[in-house]
Ligand binder design. Sequence first.
Ligand SMILES: [Zn+2]
Ligand SMILES: [Zn+2]
Length: 346
Amino acid sequence: MFFTKSIVCLLGAALAGNAFWAQPSWSENAPSPASAHTGFDILVLGARGGVQDGNLSAYMINPHGDHRAILCDAGTVVNGLNEANHLGKLTDFSKSNQTALTPAGYVLHHVIQGYLISHAHLDHIAGLAISAPDDTPKPLYGLQSTLDDLSQYVFNWHIWPNFADHGNVPFLKTYTYQPLIPTHSQPLQNTAMSVTAWPLSHSLVTSTAFLIKSGSDALLYLGDTGPDPVEKTHRLQTLWRAVASDVQKHQLKAIIMEASYDNSRPDNVLFGHLTPHWVLKSLHDLAQETGDATSLQGLTVVISHIKYTLNTGAKIQETIKRQLETENDLGVNFVIAEQGLRLHVH
Ligand SMILES: [Zn+2]
Ligand SMILES: [Zn+2]
Protein backbone atom coordinates (compact mmCIF):
# COMPACT_ATOMS: atom_id res chain seq x y z
CA MET A 1 0.00 0.00 0.00
CA PHE A 2 1.35 3.38 -0.96
CA PHE A 3 0.53 6.35 1.20
CA THR A 4 0.84 8.83 -1.61
CA LYS A 5 -2.34 10.76 -1.13
CA SER A 6 -0.91 13.24 1.28
CA ILE A 7 2.82 13.32 1.14
CA VAL A 8 4.09 16.40 2.85
CA CYS A 9 7.25 18.15 1.77
CA LEU A 10 8.84 20.64 4.05
CA LEU A 11 9.90 23.52 1.82
CA GLY A 12 13.00 24.17 3.84
CA ALA A 13 13.10 23.81 7.59
CA ALA A 14 11.00 26.53 9.12
CA LEU A 15 12.64 26.76 12.46
CA ALA A 16 16.06 25.20 12.56
CA GLY A 17 16.56 23.38 15.79
CA ASN A 18 12.87 23.10 16.49
CA ALA A 19 12.47 19.77 14.85
CA PHE A 20 9.74 18.25 16.98
CA TRP A 21 7.02 19.22 14.54
CA ALA A 22 8.82 18.69 11.34
CA GLN A 23 9.37 15.06 10.53
CA PRO A 24 6.87 13.88 7.97
CA SER A 25 5.79 10.27 8.13
CA TRP A 26 6.19 8.01 5.14
CA SER A 27 8.47 10.41 3.34
CA GLU A 28 10.02 7.43 1.57
CA ASN A 29 6.92 7.27 -0.59
CA ALA A 30 8.06 9.96 -2.95
CA PRO A 31 5.43 11.49 -5.18
CA SER A 32 5.31 10.36 -8.77
CA PRO A 33 6.51 12.92 -11.34
CA ALA A 34 2.92 13.29 -12.50
CA SER A 35 1.90 14.58 -9.10
CA ALA A 36 4.99 16.68 -8.47
CA HIS A 37 3.23 19.92 -9.39
CA THR A 38 -0.08 19.32 -7.75
CA GLY A 39 -1.45 19.89 -4.31
CA PHE A 40 -1.10 23.03 -2.25
CA ASP A 41 1.50 25.15 -0.57
CA ILE A 42 0.76 26.18 2.99
CA LEU A 43 2.64 29.06 4.61
CA VAL A 44 1.93 29.63 8.30
CA LEU A 45 1.89 33.38 9.01
CA GLY A 46 0.55 32.90 12.51
CA ALA A 47 0.22 29.64 14.41
CA ARG A 48 -1.12 30.30 17.89
CA GLY A 49 -4.55 30.70 19.41
CA GLY A 50 -3.39 33.38 21.82
CA VAL A 51 -1.89 35.07 23.78
CA GLN A 52 1.17 35.88 21.68
CA ASP A 53 0.30 38.91 19.57
CA GLY A 54 2.20 38.77 16.29
CA ASN A 55 1.70 35.01 15.92
CA LEU A 56 -2.06 34.41 15.68
CA SER A 57 -3.97 32.15 13.29
CA ALA A 58 -3.24 32.89 9.61
CA TYR A 59 -2.56 30.27 6.90
CA MET A 60 -1.63 31.28 3.37
CA ILE A 61 -2.79 28.68 0.84
CA ASN A 62 -2.05 28.50 -2.87
CA PRO A 63 -2.13 25.74 -5.46
CA HIS A 64 1.42 24.47 -5.87
CA GLY A 65 3.00 26.34 -8.78
CA ASP A 66 0.35 29.07 -8.80
CA HIS A 67 1.18 31.97 -6.49
CA ARG A 68 -2.32 33.44 -6.33
CA ALA A 69 -3.09 32.72 -2.69
CA ILE A 70 -5.84 33.02 -0.14
CA LEU A 71 -5.36 33.67 3.57
CA CYS A 72 -7.35 31.44 5.91
CA ASP A 73 -7.92 33.67 8.92
CA ALA A 74 -5.83 36.75 9.49
CA GLY A 75 -4.88 36.98 13.15
CA THR A 76 -1.38 38.00 12.10
CA VAL A 77 -0.52 39.32 8.64
CA VAL A 78 2.44 41.69 8.19
CA ASN A 79 4.40 40.39 11.16
CA GLY A 80 3.90 36.84 9.91
CA LEU A 81 5.08 37.81 6.43
CA ASN A 82 8.16 39.51 7.88
CA GLU A 83 8.96 36.46 10.03
CA ALA A 84 8.51 34.20 6.99
CA ASN A 85 10.79 36.48 5.01
CA HIS A 86 13.48 36.35 7.70
CA LEU A 87 13.31 32.56 7.46
CA GLY A 88 13.75 32.76 3.67
CA LYS A 89 10.23 31.55 2.91
CA LEU A 90 9.21 34.37 0.56
CA THR A 91 12.11 34.12 -1.86
CA ASP A 92 10.21 32.42 -4.67
CA PHE A 93 7.49 35.05 -4.73
CA SER A 94 8.96 37.22 -7.46
CA LYS A 95 8.84 40.94 -6.87
CA SER A 96 10.02 42.09 -10.27
CA ASN A 97 8.93 45.63 -11.12
CA GLN A 98 7.83 46.09 -7.52
CA THR A 99 11.07 47.43 -6.12
CA ALA A 100 9.34 49.92 -3.84
CA LEU A 101 7.74 47.14 -1.83
CA THR A 102 9.36 45.02 0.82
CA PRO A 103 8.95 41.25 0.33
CA ALA A 104 6.14 41.31 2.89
CA GLY A 105 4.51 44.22 1.07
CA TYR A 106 4.79 42.44 -2.25
CA VAL A 107 3.12 39.29 -0.94
CA LEU A 108 0.38 41.31 0.78
CA HIS A 109 -0.35 43.33 -2.35
CA HIS A 110 0.25 40.83 -5.13
CA VAL A 111 0.09 37.28 -3.77
CA ILE A 112 -2.73 37.29 -1.22
CA GLN A 113 -5.91 37.66 -3.27
CA GLY A 114 -8.47 37.55 -0.47
CA TYR A 115 -9.35 36.45 3.04
CA LEU A 116 -11.40 33.54 4.34
CA ILE A 117 -12.45 34.47 7.86
CA SER A 118 -13.73 31.61 10.01
CA HIS A 119 -15.17 33.87 12.73
CA ALA A 120 -14.59 37.37 14.01
CA HIS A 121 -12.73 36.60 17.24
CA LEU A 122 -9.79 38.97 17.58
CA ASP A 123 -7.15 36.27 17.27
CA HIS A 124 -8.45 35.59 13.73
CA ILE A 125 -8.86 39.14 12.48
CA ALA A 126 -6.37 41.37 14.31
CA GLY A 127 -3.82 41.24 11.48
CA LEU A 128 -6.51 41.96 8.92
CA ALA A 129 -7.65 45.07 10.75
CA ILE A 130 -4.14 46.35 11.46
CA SER A 131 -2.86 45.86 7.90
CA ALA A 132 -6.03 47.23 6.28
CA PRO A 133 -4.73 50.83 5.87
CA ASP A 134 -1.94 49.56 3.57
CA ASP A 135 -3.79 46.66 1.97
CA THR A 136 -5.00 46.51 -1.61
CA PRO A 137 -8.67 45.92 -2.49
CA LYS A 138 -9.65 42.34 -1.80
CA PRO A 139 -12.71 40.16 -1.28
CA LEU A 140 -13.40 39.17 2.30
CA TYR A 141 -15.21 35.81 2.45
CA GLY A 142 -17.15 34.43 5.36
CA LEU A 143 -20.51 33.26 6.56
CA GLN A 144 -23.01 36.09 6.75
CA SER A 145 -22.86 35.95 10.56
CA THR A 146 -19.09 36.49 10.50
CA LEU A 147 -19.32 39.38 8.04
CA ASP A 148 -22.10 40.92 10.13
CA ASP A 149 -19.84 40.78 13.20
CA LEU A 150 -17.00 42.46 11.29
CA SER A 151 -19.33 45.13 9.95
CA GLN A 152 -21.08 45.80 13.24
CA TYR A 153 -18.24 45.54 15.72
CA VAL A 154 -14.92 46.10 13.92
CA PHE A 155 -15.12 48.06 10.68
CA ASN A 156 -17.62 50.54 12.10
CA TRP A 157 -15.63 53.82 12.51
CA HIS A 158 -15.60 53.31 16.30
CA ILE A 159 -13.25 50.37 16.78
CA TRP A 160 -11.63 50.96 13.38
CA PRO A 161 -12.41 52.81 10.13
CA ASN A 162 -14.85 51.06 7.84
CA PHE A 163 -12.47 49.55 5.30
CA ALA A 164 -15.32 47.48 3.87
CA ASP A 165 -18.36 48.12 1.71
CA HIS A 166 -21.27 47.74 4.12
CA GLY A 167 -22.23 49.09 7.53
CA ASN A 168 -21.49 52.55 8.86
CA VAL A 169 -20.75 55.17 6.20
CA PRO A 170 -18.53 56.21 4.61
CA PHE A 171 -17.20 53.03 3.01
CA LEU A 172 -13.48 52.91 2.26
CA LYS A 173 -14.11 49.77 0.15
CA THR A 174 -10.71 48.14 0.59
CA TYR A 175 -12.64 44.98 1.36
CA THR A 176 -15.70 43.63 -0.39
CA TYR A 177 -17.81 41.39 1.80
CA GLN A 178 -18.49 38.10 0.02
CA PRO A 179 -21.02 36.04 1.99
CA LEU A 180 -20.59 32.30 1.67
CA ILE A 181 -23.66 30.10 1.56
CA PRO A 182 -23.01 26.92 3.54
CA THR A 183 -22.35 23.81 1.42
CA HIS A 184 -22.31 25.83 -1.85
CA SER A 185 -19.07 25.97 -3.80
CA GLN A 186 -17.97 29.47 -4.78
CA PRO A 187 -14.95 30.62 -6.80
CA LEU A 188 -12.20 32.55 -5.01
CA GLN A 189 -11.68 35.60 -7.20
CA ASN A 190 -8.35 35.98 -8.98
CA THR A 191 -7.22 32.51 -7.94
CA ALA A 192 -7.49 28.98 -9.34
CA MET A 193 -9.36 27.89 -6.22
CA SER A 194 -12.93 27.57 -5.04
CA VAL A 195 -14.32 27.31 -1.53
CA THR A 196 -17.21 25.62 0.22
CA ALA A 197 -18.11 26.64 3.77
CA TRP A 198 -19.60 24.61 6.62
CA PRO A 199 -20.66 26.14 9.94
CA LEU A 200 -18.83 24.92 13.04
CA SER A 201 -19.88 25.16 16.66
CA HIS A 202 -17.49 27.29 18.73
CA SER A 203 -19.19 27.86 22.06
CA LEU A 204 -21.31 31.01 21.67
CA VAL A 205 -20.02 31.78 18.17
CA THR A 206 -20.56 30.16 14.78
CA SER A 207 -17.17 29.35 13.30
CA THR A 208 -16.48 27.97 9.82
CA ALA A 209 -14.73 25.17 7.99
CA PHE A 210 -13.49 25.96 4.48
CA LEU A 211 -13.04 23.24 1.88
CA ILE A 212 -10.68 24.73 -0.69
CA LYS A 213 -10.43 23.08 -4.08
CA SER A 214 -8.07 23.48 -6.99
CA GLY A 215 -8.87 21.13 -9.82
CA SER A 216 -9.47 17.81 -8.12
CA ASP A 217 -7.22 18.66 -5.16
CA ALA A 218 -8.80 19.66 -1.88
CA LEU A 219 -7.61 21.12 1.41
CA LEU A 220 -9.77 21.52 4.49
CA TYR A 221 -9.27 24.37 6.95
CA LEU A 222 -11.21 24.37 10.20
CA GLY A 223 -11.58 27.49 12.28
CA ASP A 224 -12.00 27.15 16.02
CA THR A 225 -14.40 24.39 16.96
CA GLY A 226 -15.43 22.31 19.92
CA PRO A 227 -16.20 18.58 19.83
CA ASP A 228 -19.72 17.61 18.79
CA PRO A 229 -20.54 15.83 22.07
CA VAL A 230 -19.42 18.81 24.15
CA GLU A 231 -21.04 21.39 21.89
CA LYS A 232 -24.12 19.19 21.59
CA THR A 233 -24.23 19.54 17.81
CA HIS A 234 -23.53 17.38 14.75
CA ARG A 235 -21.62 20.01 12.82
CA LEU A 236 -18.31 18.18 12.68
CA GLN A 237 -20.09 14.97 11.75
CA THR A 238 -21.90 16.81 8.95
CA LEU A 239 -18.58 18.18 7.71
CA TRP A 240 -16.90 14.76 7.78
CA ARG A 241 -19.80 13.25 5.86
CA ALA A 242 -19.44 15.95 3.22
CA VAL A 243 -15.68 15.50 2.73
CA ALA A 244 -15.56 11.71 3.08
CA SER A 245 -15.67 11.20 -0.68
CA ASP A 246 -12.68 13.52 -1.15
CA VAL A 247 -10.79 11.36 1.36
CA GLN A 248 -11.88 8.15 -0.33
CA LYS A 249 -10.68 9.44 -3.70
CA HIS A 250 -7.37 10.54 -2.15
CA GLN A 251 -8.09 14.10 -3.25
CA LEU A 252 -7.99 15.66 0.20
CA LYS A 253 -4.35 16.67 0.63
CA ALA A 254 -4.42 18.10 4.14
CA ILE A 255 -6.58 19.15 7.04
CA ILE A 256 -5.71 22.16 9.16
CA MET A 257 -7.50 21.92 12.50
CA GLU A 258 -7.07 23.09 16.03
CA ALA A 259 -5.92 21.57 19.30
CA SER A 260 -5.98 24.55 21.63
CA TYR A 261 -5.29 22.70 24.87
CA ASP A 262 -3.63 19.48 25.96
CA ASN A 263 -5.58 16.52 27.29
CA SER A 264 -5.48 17.75 30.87
CA ARG A 265 -8.11 20.36 30.00
CA PRO A 266 -11.55 19.29 31.31
CA ASP A 267 -14.42 19.27 28.82
CA ASN A 268 -16.39 21.81 30.82
CA VAL A 269 -13.75 24.51 30.23
CA LEU A 270 -12.96 23.84 26.56
CA PHE A 271 -14.87 27.00 25.51
CA GLY A 272 -15.45 25.63 22.03
CA HIS A 273 -12.01 24.15 21.42
CA LEU A 274 -10.40 20.75 20.88
CA THR A 275 -7.70 18.75 22.66
CA PRO A 276 -5.52 15.99 21.12
CA HIS A 277 -7.96 13.37 22.41
CA TRP A 278 -10.89 15.12 20.75
CA VAL A 279 -8.91 15.59 17.52
CA LEU A 280 -8.34 11.83 17.33
CA LYS A 281 -11.93 11.08 18.28
CA SER A 282 -13.16 13.41 15.57
CA LEU A 283 -10.77 12.03 12.93
CA HIS A 284 -12.05 8.56 13.80
CA ASP A 285 -15.52 9.86 12.99
CA LEU A 286 -14.17 11.00 9.60
CA ALA A 287 -12.57 7.61 8.94
CA GLN A 288 -15.85 5.95 9.81
CA GLU A 289 -17.69 8.17 7.32
CA THR A 290 -15.33 6.97 4.60
CA GLY A 291 -16.18 3.36 5.41
CA ASP A 292 -12.49 2.47 5.53
CA ALA A 293 -10.58 2.43 8.80
CA THR A 294 -7.30 2.92 6.90
CA SER A 295 -8.50 5.82 4.75
CA LEU A 296 -6.63 8.48 6.75
CA GLN A 297 -3.24 6.78 6.62
CA GLY A 298 -0.65 9.31 5.53
CA LEU A 299 -3.09 12.21 5.55
CA THR A 300 -1.37 15.40 6.70
CA VAL A 301 -3.18 17.07 9.60
CA VAL A 302 -1.69 20.43 10.54
CA ILE A 303 -2.46 21.28 14.16
CA SER A 304 -3.28 24.94 14.64
CA HIS A 305 -4.29 27.31 17.41
CA ILE A 306 -2.26 25.84 20.30
CA LYS A 307 -2.62 28.33 23.12
CA TYR A 308 0.61 30.10 23.95
CA THR A 309 1.63 29.77 27.57
CA LEU A 310 3.44 32.28 29.73
CA ASN A 311 4.56 29.58 32.12
CA THR A 312 8.30 28.97 32.07
CA GLY A 313 9.39 25.48 31.17
CA ALA A 314 6.08 24.54 29.63
CA LYS A 315 6.50 23.00 26.19
CA ILE A 316 2.91 22.82 25.15
CA GLN A 317 3.64 21.96 21.50
CA GLU A 318 5.68 18.91 22.49
CA THR A 319 3.00 17.83 24.93
CA ILE A 320 0.28 18.10 22.31
CA LYS A 321 2.36 16.34 19.65
CA ARG A 322 3.09 13.51 22.07
CA GLN A 323 -0.55 13.17 23.06
CA LEU A 324 -1.62 13.14 19.40
CA GLU A 325 0.88 10.41 18.55
CA THR A 326 -0.08 8.32 21.58
CA GLU A 327 -3.60 7.90 20.22
CA ASN A 328 -2.66 7.98 16.53
CA ASP A 329 -3.86 4.56 15.41
CA LEU A 330 -5.10 6.11 12.15
CA GLY A 331 -1.63 6.64 10.67
CA VAL A 332 -2.25 10.37 10.32
CA ASN A 333 0.78 12.56 9.67
CA PHE A 334 0.46 15.22 12.39
CA VAL A 335 2.38 18.45 11.87
CA ILE A 336 2.41 21.15 14.54
CA ALA A 337 2.01 24.58 12.96
CA GLU A 338 4.76 27.08 13.67
CA GLN A 339 5.11 30.60 12.33
CA GLY A 340 7.08 30.53 9.08
CA LEU A 341 6.48 26.84 8.45
CA ARG A 342 5.98 26.15 4.78
CA LEU A 343 4.61 22.87 3.49
CA HIS A 344 3.82 21.40 0.13
CA VAL A 345 1.01 18.87 0.53
CA HIS A 346 0.20 16.62 -2.41
ZN1 LIG B 1 -9.19 31.54 18.05
ZN1 LIG C 1 -12.48 31.76 18.45
